[in-house]
Design a protein around this ligand. Sequence first.
Ligand code: APR
Length: 238
Amino acid sequence: MQTIPVGVGDRVFVLTGAGISAESGLPTFRAEDGLWAGNRIEDVCTPEAWELNPGLVWQFYSARRAAGAAAQPNPAHFALAELEGRIGDRFFLCTQNVDDLHERAGSRRLVHMHGELNKAHCEDDCGRPPVEDHALYQDLAEVGHCACGARLRPHIVFFGEIPLEMERLEREIKRATLMVVVGTSGSVYPAASFVHWARRNRARTVYIGPEPPLNAEAFTQVVEGKAGAVMPGLFAVE
Ligand code: APR
């Protein structure tokens, strides 16, 4: 069985994608039966889609809220929470996922770079922080408003928008000696560049997933398999 050694001097930066939640029953994006097979990105996940048909956008994210609430963390989420429990602030997790399965497994030091399903924010970006919002909207008339009067939109980074907390992520990647990437196809930037940034700092880079991602050549180790099957017991912490 392969292991990933984690030494006393290591700082670990983990990047996860939709694949880590696949065994929890949540569809990925680019699989044949994935979310982008049944929905057009330009209808539900761009600033233009929001301008044109906010009701449809809310329906799409309401359905994903319902699926997320019904899902449970799987052994891969728990393996990362356990690693964090062992190495503390030498661990940092960045997820592209908008579900809350990492938190529900016990992860604490994490950033959702593409937003969070269970939050909403002001469509005018008035500066107020995002608010908790678990509602399932079928009709735009049900959607609440920000204190400034503008409508609330899903707290999701649409295509063409800048991911969240990029400065913090860049800082954490610079400090990392080991980058572990789980279940992401390497097709969306800037997340797909993180492995190259880590390599520039001579970090070891490991990919975990059932098939090679588009940026496979940048990894120094590949652990082939489904995350929930291969991650328990994978980290050999010194
Ligand atoms: N374990 C690990 N990886 C898996 C598993 C599994 N059980 N099942 C599938 N995968 C892998 C697939 O091989 C694929 O490489 O998960 C990856 C999913 O890729 P995508 O569907 O492209 O999802 P992701 O890379 O997270 O997408 C990035 O695109 O649309 C946007 O904002 C959305 O955050 C998302 C971003």
